[in-house]
Design a protein around this ligand. Structure first.
Ligand SMILES: NC(=O)c1ccc[n+]([C@@H]2O[C@H](COP(=O)([O-])OP(=O)(O)OC[C@H]3O[C@@H](n4cnc5c(N)ncnc54)[C@H](OP(=O)(O)O)[C@@H]3O)[C@@H](O)[C@H]2O)c1
Length: 271
């Protein structure tokens, strides 16, 4: 039996607990910590999972999943460091925090795995990228794959690629939301009611995503499949090219990567 404690059961922490229950993990193998007693009571009522304090989580759990906001990490580390033994696996979901931030505080040899999840975790469709710290091995990565696999898909990446991952899948959902918002606006311009425009676009997004996932071909081939000679789609594509939408997306993702690097430097200078 492997016991998992989620430290900080906010949006992401709650989604993870819920996903673990949905994939058959018994509530007795799960624990969580929370600052607000009211929220803790609500979560226990809803999921039947025990709320504990940090020393108890550190004693009873084999895996400690840190899911507080990065700006809240220092007080939590102050609580964890005296009570976390080096045989516990520490899994950080904190965006932008290098494994070094944990390793330099915990006892030598403590395994740490860094995860960059994304918001579709809330609906069990996360894309999570995981990276091993200096003391985490194959068995640790497999455990984290199993945990994150309960709320979506998981890829292994070297930690040096986490800034690129943050820009692509971390921020990615926001770019899709932005595109959907713009397309719904276009529907309104064309005289459709907002609810109908939203239904048409959201279902088109879901359908296109399902085709992409099922791997029916390369995205270019899929687009060519709906772009007939002298048809409607090519007229639209010409406007997208004229407005440099492809270049804008590439620049946007590069800017997000640069910002992630910049935020990461703050933690490096803390050393
Ligand atoms: N949401 C996303 O899209 C997303 C995507 C990728 C990564 N992440 C990462 O996931 C982590 C969690 O994000 P979130 O959106 O779930 O944040 P959140 O909703 O603010 O959840 C964090 C929870 O932890 C609690 N908390 C803070 N310090 C604590 C402590 N010392 N002990 C116990 N509980 C504590 C907070 O309580 P209070 O409310 O009282 O502060 C809150 O309930 C962040 O590090 C974020 O970078 C999030």
């Amino acid at each position: 039996m492997t016991t998992i404690a989620v430290l900080g059961a906010g949006r992401i922490g709650e989604s993870l607990l819920s996903g673990l229950l949905n994939t058959g993990r018994p509530p007795e193998e799960l624990l969580f910590t929370e600052r607000s007693p009211q929220r803790a009571a609500e979560l226990t009522e809803q999921y039947g999972i025990e709320h504990v304090d940090v020393p108890s989580a550190a004693r009873r759990a084999d895996i400690l999943v840190v899911a507080v906001k990065p700006q809240d990490i220092e007080p939590l580390l102050d609580e964890m460091v005296p009570v976390v033994a080096p045989d516990k696996l520490v899994v950080s979901l904190c965006a932008g925090l290098p494994t070094k931030v944990f390793e330099r505080r915990f006892a030598e040899g403590t395994p740490v795995v860094r995860v960059m999840p994304n918001t579709p975790m809330l609906v069990g469709e996360a894309m999570s990228a995981i990276s091993a710290g200096a003391h985490a091995g194959e068995a640790h990565l497999e455990l984290v794959e199993e945990i994150l696999g309960s709320v979506g898909r998981v890829a292994r990446v070297p930690e040096t690629q986490q800034d690129a991952v943050t820009a692509l899948s971390g921020s990615g959902p926001a770019y899709f939301f932005y595109l959907v918002e713009a397309m719904v606006d276009a529907g309104i311009l064309l005289g459709l009611p907002r609810s109908l425009a939203a239904e048409l676009i959201v279902q088109s997004a879901v359908g296109a995503a399902a085709m992409l996932r099922e791997g029916e071909g390369h995205p270019v081939m899929m687009r060519e499949g709906v772009t007939s000679p002298a048809g409607t789609t090519i007229s639209g594509i010409r406007e997208l090219e004229k407005h440099g939408v492809r270049a804008a997306l590439i620049d946007a993702i590069e800017a997000a990567r640069d910002r992630s690097l910049e935020l990461g430097r703050v933690h490096e200078t803390d050393e």
